[in-house]
Design a protein around this ligand. Structure first.
Ligand code: SAH
Length: 213
C-alpha cells in the first residue's frame, strides 16, 4: 500500500478510537510519519505504535499524540511549548494547526535531525532550543514568557514548576507524570492563577531527564 493510503487508514483508525477533533485528524492526514522514522522502520511508519529513533529514544504512538493534541483544544491562535522534540513528528503535526511551536530537546543530535526534517518541509512557525525542557523556554528566540498551550512528551517525576509558571492564564498543559514505565497523563489548566489538575488515563513515555527536582 502507498504511504498516502496507509496514512488515510491510520486517520480512520484514530477517528474510530475516539479522536473527534477535525483539526487533529487533518494534521495527521497532512504529516508524513515515514519522513521522521529511521530508514529501517519506514515500512512500519503507519503502525499505530511507538518506534525507536536515534539515541535510544522513541517516536510516540500516533494515537497517544492524537489524544494529547485533542485534550489541548488547539487552535490557530495558540503559541505552544513542546518539551521533547525527538524526531520532530509531533512538532510537525502541531505546526499545521497552531500559530507557533517552540520546541525543546535535550539531546543535540535529535534536535538537529528534527530541525532538518522540519525545515525541509518548509515550516516557518517552529523555533528550536537544545537544553532541559523542565526549565521551560529560556534564553531562546522568540523571547516568549508564557504559552497558551504546553505539551510534554516525556514522563516527569512531578510537574516542573517552571512549566506551571510559563502556562498562560486560561491555558492548558498535558504531561505524563510518573517515574515507572506506566505513567498518568495529566491535563493541567490555569484559572485565576490557580493550577487545576485532572487525570486523563494511563500512558507510557521515555523519562524526562532533568536536574530540576
Ligand atoms: N514527540 C516526540 C517524542 C520523543 S520521545 C516524537 O514523536 O518523536 C521524548 C523526547 O524527550 C526524547 O527525545 C528525549 O530526549 C526528550 N527529553 C527527555 N527529557 C528531556 C528534557 N528534560 N528536556 C527536553 N527534552 C527531553
Amino acid at each position: 500500500m502507498r504511504f498516502e493510503d496507509q496514512r488515510a487508514k491510520l486517520v480512520k483508525e484514530l477517528a474510530k478510537s475516539g479522536i473527534r477533533d477535525e483539526k487533529v485528524l487533518r494534521a495527521f492526514t497532512l504529516t508524513p510519519r515515514e519522513d521522521f522514522v529511521l530508514p529501517e522502520y519506514q515500512s512500519y511508519a503507519y503502525q499505530n505504535r511507538p518506534l525507536p529513533i536515534a539515541m535510544e529514544q522513541t517516536i510516540s504512538q500516533p494515537l497517544m499524540i492524537a489524544i494529547m493534541m485533542q485534550l489541548l483544544e488547539l487552535n490557530s491562535d495558540d503559541i505552544i511549548l513542546e518539551i521533547g522534540t525527538g524526531s520532530g513528528y509531533q512538532t510537525a503535526l502541531l505546526a499545521t494547526i497552531v500559530k507557533e511551536v517552540c520546541t525543546v530537546e535535550r539531546i543535540e543530535p535529535l534536535s538537529l535531525g528534527a530541525q532538518k526534517a522540519i525545515k525541509n518541509k518548509g515550516y516557518k512557525n517552529v523555533h528550536f532550543r537544545i537544553g532541559d525542557g523542565a526549565q521551560g523556554w529560556e534564553k531562546a528566540y522568540p523571547p516568549y514568557k508564557e504559552f497558551s498551550k504546553i505539551i510534554v512528551s516525556a514522563g516527569a517525576a512531578s510537574i516542573p514548576q517552571r512549566l506551571e509558571e510559563q502556562l498562560a492564564e486560561g491555558g492548558l498543559m498535558v504531561i505524563p507524570v510518573g517515574i515507572t514505565k506506566l505513567q498518568e497523563l495529566n491535563k493541567i489548566s490555569k484559572r485565576n492563577g490557580e493550577i487545576i489538575r485532572e487525570h486523563s488515563g494511563a500512558c507510557s513515555f521515555v523519562p524526562l531527564i532533568t536536574d530540576q527536582d
